[in-house]
Design a protein around this ligand. Sequence first.
Ligand code: AOS
Ligand code: ZN
Ligand code: ZN
Length: 424
Amino acid sequence: MLIETNQIEQHNQGNLATHQRNFNFISENISNIEEIVEKLKVFQIAIPSWALGTGGTRFGRFSGPGEPGTLEQKIDDVGLLHKLNQSSGAISLHIPWDIPSDAEKIKALAASHGLGFDAVNSNTFQDQKGQEHSYKFGSLHHVDPKVRKQAVDHNIEVIKHGIALGSKSLTVWLADGSSFPGQLNFREAFQNTLESLKEIYKHLPSDWKMFVEYKGFEPNFYSMTIADWGQSLLLANKLGEKAYTLVDLGHHQPNVNIEQIVSLLLMEGKLGGFHFNDSKYADDDLTAGAIKPYQLFLIFNELVDGMDAKGIDHATGLGWMIDASHNLKDPLVDLLQSVEAIKIAYAQALLVDRKALKEAQQANDVVKAQEILQDAFRTDVRSIVAESRLRAGAALDPVQAFRDLKVREKLTEERGAVTIATGL
Ligand code: AOS
Ligand code: ZN
Ligand code: ZN
């Protein structure tokens, strides 16, 4: 093991006095602090296999040292994250980038790190070597039934890999769309997509979910065939009860009220899960909470409110995942920061005085309602999140521990200084 339990304990010893002072201070003002700490402790955010390396942009890729080159190494990396924060208990695989040659072995390796398998992701946005038909003009929406069939078959293949690993959901994200007016018949593209998804849906095991991810633009710049939550919801409703909408925070135009979308999808029982990231412009895939932490809090505020109203378990009711890419920072550190930001937003949402908020809303007391939300958002909950980690056996300060324990240096020694992780 690259990080030993006693090293985490040592790290915690060094930080304990300060932590306890901070935690005791905040605990005094929160009556249900124990309940909040417990909820945070069990809340896990899955890590996508493609976020473990340096992504780059079309203008270049500056790969980092010690990046994972194999599926085994990717699982090891998520194992390291989980060891440090006990909050990243699952990995989300991408087929064909992560095809497991021996599912049982891969499962055992993951289990040795305490990891499970989150959603499996299909890829019909790139052509693979030896592939018969090209996805240049789309996949599930394609005008040619042969292309659609190839893409459907790929998704069925992905489900099979997922079954072998113990995954319980399939995420479908399509690059399908058009870049010029007139290129596509919108209705036919939508119908073709629906028919293709129906075919895939037939192959979904009964205890699985299908997540239909939408995206406003990119790689197509005039229309995307599943462009927004309305189009995704339309498909999910037509497909059936195992189909849900997946919200990737970066897939909206700037300033869209994502928290309202989340609230209504939850109300309809059609919110399947999340891809967390942050952005200034669109699909920038930056560290969660790096640009708009208040928005992240407001989203969690709606999540907590909506899930409690429906009796949905916070930890297991939805698919929680990060979808990010890294050009500047060490990917592992970036992921630790993202998980922390998500948990901070969740903790703040748990602090909201819902009874008082309801009363303020009923009384049209706008000032009070704003005060209630901002009071929660402006509370420094970092020691509460740290306490939940401490109780789970994780590091009080995962980023500091990562650096002090020289994790990247050790990975570089093991894997080499010039490495390129597979993925976006
Ligand atoms: C693409 O923009 C989407 O966010 C996808 O969810 C994801 O990044 C992709 O499927 C990774 O391959
Ligand atoms: Zn995504
Ligand atoms: Zn994206």
